[in-house]
Ligand binder design. Structure first.
Ligand code: DGT
Ligand code: MG
Ligand code: MG
Ligand code: MG
Ligand code: MG
Length: 281
């Protein structure tokens, strides 16, 4: 096809590939969910339906993009992780982020009636999400990123649980509860919950305390006892044989995506599921 005189405009497009052999995390976050959760009367501090809906949409994203190896969600956010070997969309930043954001949003809206059957969505309160990609140079830092999100979940949930118990059960005003909680540490909040309301924070639901972690579970593959080395994980997929790549992709597609609410800070979770970080499959 002959070039038109307009074609030079293509030269204005900028390439945005993410650094090779690094972990890619795409984190999405609900836009204005403070207002949205009020409008649709989400339960405080946690609405199980809203969290289940977030998880259901994230499972569909994992199924749609077999390159993803793990995802972690809390509140109105989700982090999706691509391994260093990933070559999806030539690792182009905008392609990866926009695909995840729009696929997630599409499923969130599509599945909404399943989780909120008597609360139809209506403008102007339509859910939308922002997203960004961050790269991490090694597995240690990737794990620190995941730990950071889970610690955040814990801190926020302990605060929110205490705050809303003081307001809803203790009859305090928002301002008074906020004032009393200012400067308190975890043990203070645990004590308020226990001494004043007879609530043992440890007995709160795992989904609220730990957030949600999504990964693939393989029926046929026996998990290896020792995690693979980082070297193995960072062999660019381009250097793997075509048939090997196809085989891995097929296995990933067939695998079941599970939703778990467990500690991902300690080694145990990762040691028991070495395939998540090793990229095999
Ligand atoms: P943004 O992200 O800057 O557009 O603003 P927001 O309003 O989305 O703020 P963000 O993301 O920092 O905080 C999430 C908000 O979503 C927070 O105000 C509480 C609300 N939210 C998330 N999950 C639940 C839930 O299960 N129940 C209730 N009541 N609210 C929730
Ligand atoms: Mg945000
Ligand atoms: Mg938000
Ligand atoms: Mg948020
Ligand atoms: Mg196109």
């Amino acid at each position: 096809m002959a070039n038109s005189k307009f074609e030079y405009v293509k030269d204005f497009e900028q390439s945005d590939p993410l650094l090779p052999s690094t972990w890619i995390v795409v984190r999405i976050d609900g836009r204005g969910f403070h207002k949205l959760s009020d409008h649709y009367a989400f339960q405080k501090p946690n609405d199980r339906r809203a969290l289940d809906l977030m998880n259901a949409a994230a499972v569909e994203v994992m199924k749609d993009l077999p390159d993803l190896c793990i995802a972690y969600g809390v509140s109105d956010e989700y982090s999706f992780v691509f391994p260093p070997t990933c070559q999806l969309f030539e690792r182009r930043n905008a392609k990866l982020v926009t695909t995840i954001v729009s696929t997630f949003t599409a499923y969130y809206i599509y599945l909404w009636p399943t989780y909120f059957p008597s609360t139809p969505l209506a403008p102007p309160y339509l859910p939308s999400f922002d997203g960004r990609a961050v790269i991490y140079p090694n597995t240690r830092i990737l794990r620190d990123y995941m730990s950071w999100r889970q610690v955040d979940c814990h801190i926020n949930n302990l605060y929110n649980t205490t705050f809303w118990t003081m307001v809803l059960q203790g009859g305090m005003t928002n301002t008074d509860a906020e004032q009393e909680l200012k400067g308190t540490v975890s043990s203070d909040k645990n004590e308020i919950l226990f001494k004043r309301f007879g609530i043992n924070y440890n007995n709160e639901g795992e989904i609220y305390k730990k957030g949600s972690v999504l990964y693939r579970q393989y029926e046929l593959v026996e998990p290896k006892a020792t995690p693979s080395t980082e070297d193995e994980a960072s062999v660019p997929e381009a250097k793997q044989s075509r048939s090997q790549q196809d085989k891995l992709k097929k296995l990933r597609r067939k695998a079941q995506v599970v939703v778990d609410h467990v500690d991902i800070i300690k080694d145990n979770f990762w040691a028991r599921r070495p395939w998540i970080l090793s990229g095999t499959p």
